[in-house]
Design a protein around this ligand. Structure first.
Ligand code: NI
Length: 256
């Protein structure tokens, strides 16, 4: 039983077959999907998808690369969407210093503002941190993220950094990159983080795991990530899927 804790089925790469693909998910043992928004436009698209499928949930938030023209009026829009019964998180939010498109100060401002929003609406956060570990941790610490909890998506930090994130009661997500041969660091962190604090994710359509690396990703490919994690944890893939599914349900406060 799989919980894909981070997917983007609103992405244009799914325009041709979005519903056909989602229809097949239960057959592939995918029991839950968190469909994550990354812009104000995508927030409007994810709600109808979550309303169509009982196993699809939604998060609302603006990705750091999309915050350039964000306003307080947009935050009011997010706040009203956050009250929808299928919306279970604020995200994905954070910092992305990989590209130079949006100023660091603007990213930091809106990241902190989203954490305030999460506290206002009492929802966990989904964190995107690319090449920005120090500033990201500083903002999470200052914002007292232990009050909301949440998930560190596509985790790329150290074991030391993971220790502090675990202290805050947060979960750490692993996806396709865990299966990549050269990714020794992620495997080391996956070994370090206790299984009751790990969740699985795709970030689909991106980051497909081996042996499908480079192809369009989808939630059923999480089986390959579970197999890799099972080898690291010396468990069966079924156990890994069951436990990580329970973790994601607990984090997003989803009851059967
Ligand atoms: Ni994402």
């Amino acid at each position: 039983m799989i919980f894909d804790s981070h997917a983007h089925y609103n992405d244009a790469q799914f325009d041709a077959d979005r519903f056909e693909l989602l229809d097949t998910m239960p057959e592939d043992d995918v029991a839950y999907i968190m469909n994550v928004s990354d812009s104000i436009e995508s927030v409007k698209k994810i709600i109808p998808i979550a309303e169509r499928y009982p196993f699809v949930f939604a998060s609302v938030g603006v990705h750091p690369e999309e915050v350039e023209n964000l306003t307080e009026a947009d935050m009011d829009v997010l706040k009203s969407y956050a009250k929808h019964p299928k919306v279970k998180a604020i995200g994905e939010i954070g910092l992305d210093y990989h590209y130079d498109d949006v100023s660091k100060d603007l990213q930091k401002k809106w990241f902190a503002r989203h954490i305030e929003l999460a506290k206002e609406v009492n929802l966990p956060v989904i964190i995107h941190d690319r090449d920005a570990h120090k500033d990201c941790m500083d903002i999470l610490r200052a914002g007292d993220v232990s009050k909301t909890g949440g998930i560190f998506h596509c985790y790329s930090g150290s074991c030391e950094m993971a220790a502090e994130i675990l202290d805050w009661g947060m979960y750490i997500a692993f996806g396709g990159t865990l299966t990549f041969k050269n990714n020794r660091r992620a495997k080391e962190v996956a070994k370090y983080v206790p299984i009751d604090r790990i969740v699985l994710e795709t970030d689909c359509p991106y980051l497909a795991p081996e042996p499908n690396r480079g192809k369009r990703n989808n939630s059923s490919y999480i089986h390959f990530v579970a197999e890799t994690l099972a080898a690291i944890k010396e468990m069966t893939a079924e156990e890994v899927e069951r436990l990580t599914c329970e973790n994601a349900k607990k984090c997003y406060r989803i009851e059967d």
